[in-house]
Design a protein around this ligand. Structure first.
Ligand code: COI
Length: 359
């Protein structure tokens, strides 16, 4: 099945405002955006228009009751100008998982993939070819009922916009292990990529940043003992025996980068263990000298080392400079995305005129 996308081109490209040598994350957007509406129980009115403001009613239900979900994904261009996407259908799967939890409609694959293809090919000049840079793509859905009462909306909008980016973090992170505030709890919405999760993290993050930290490292809502994730990414802890990462549960976001790291490292024969990791265990590894490395992973964050974590006012330094597993992982992902090495996991989608094809 194919959808009919109407296209209204921007009168003038804004690309001259974009300096690929000096990219600031999330500030410059490509010339076009995709939108469609869910009305009368079906997705309709597929359109690409110049990127710009959208008119919203003050009664829009997403603004009041928070039915708003999003994804983050990236397109990369190699030296030959070939454009690839990394595991796009995993983003769709997660979007639809978030949609289900938030009582929002499912988005069919053909809408998602055809919208991506058309939008990205139209704005392909914006995809930086410099290694480590990419086009960050933000698909999102929000409730559009004009109604004051609290109920699941009947109308929704799905949109995609994109912006050229380099790294989200420009340096290794200092994180504070959070014990006072809670990001998510059992039975809550922590595993959904919904706007409210990010809103709830802002106050504790601001407090941590005032004290000189980059991020909070969330612990579980019940005991404040087990590591969960940071405000933007999943977390990994490396010892000589194993690579550990918190096991997924309903208060953790199932990162696609997280899953890719686990699969990659296991394929290289490494012992990757998904389990509950207590902060005391990590401190024990630190004290015995077996804590080799810690890093966070995410689409925006890519793979970024933690150079220090703080727990109950004490600071613990972690190697973020030498023999880093994070560097190997990042290089492998970059090589895979730019087709320098084969994609043995079938993760890469090459973006081409009229066909989305697997490598
Ligand atoms: C991502 O990594 O894509 C995210 O959504 C995290 C953040 C930029 C909010």
């Amino acid at each position: 099945m194919s959808i009919k996308i109407t296209t209204k081109l921007a009168e003038k490209s804004n690309i001259s405002s974009f300096d690929p040598e000096n990219i600031v994350f999330g500030r410059v957007f490509t010339d076009h955006m995709f939108s469609c509406d869910f009305k009368n129980n079906q997705w309709q009115d597929f359109r690409i228009e110049p990127f710009g403001k959208i008119a919203l009613s003050p009664t829009l239900s997403a603004l009041h009751y928070g039915q708003a979900i999003f994804e983050g994904m990236k397109a990369v261009k190699n030296e030959d100008g070939v454009i690839t996407l990394f595991r796009p259908l995993e983003n769709l799967k997660r979007l639809n998982h978030s949609a289900e939890r938030m009582c929002m409609p499912q988005l069919p694959e053909e809408i998602f993939m055809e919208a991506l293809e058309k939008l990205l090919l139209l704005d392909k000049e914006w995809i930086p070819a410099k290694r480590g840079s990419s086009l960050y793509i933000r698909p999102f859905m929000f409730a559009t009922d004009d109604f004051l009462g609290v109920k699941a909306s009947e109308n929704y909008c799905f949109m995609i916009y994109a912006c050229p980016v380099s790294s989200y973090y420009s340096h290794p992170l200092k994180v504070r292990v959070e014990e006072t505030y809670t990001r998510a709890c059992k039975g809550g919405v922590g595993a959904a990529k919904c706007a409210g999760n990010y809103a709830a993290s802002m106050y504790p993050t601001r407090l941590a940043q005032k004290d000189g930290f980059d991020q909070v490292l969330w612990t579980d809502g019940e005991h404040h003992q087990y590591l969960e994730e940071t405000g933007t990414s999943n977390v990994f802890v490396i010892t000589p025996d194993a690579v550990y990462t918190p096991q997924l549960n309903d208060s953790l976001l199932a990162g696609i980068t997280r899953d890719s790291i686990i699969t990659l490292l296991r394929s290289q024969g490494m012992n990757v263990i998904e389990k509950q990791i207590s902060i005391n265990e990590v401190i024990g590894w630190h004290e015995s000298g077996t804590l080799r490395e810690m890093f966070v992973s995410g689409t925006a964050a890519t793979v970024t080392n933690i150079e220090m974590f703080s727990y109950r006012g004490r600071e613990y330094r972690v190697n973020a400079k030498e023999n880093l597993l994070s560097t190997d992982i990042l290089n492998t992902f970059n090589d895979m995305k730019t087709l320098i090495i084969p994609d043995k996991f079938d993760w890469i989608t090459i973006l081409q005129e009229s066909t989305i094809m697997h490598q």
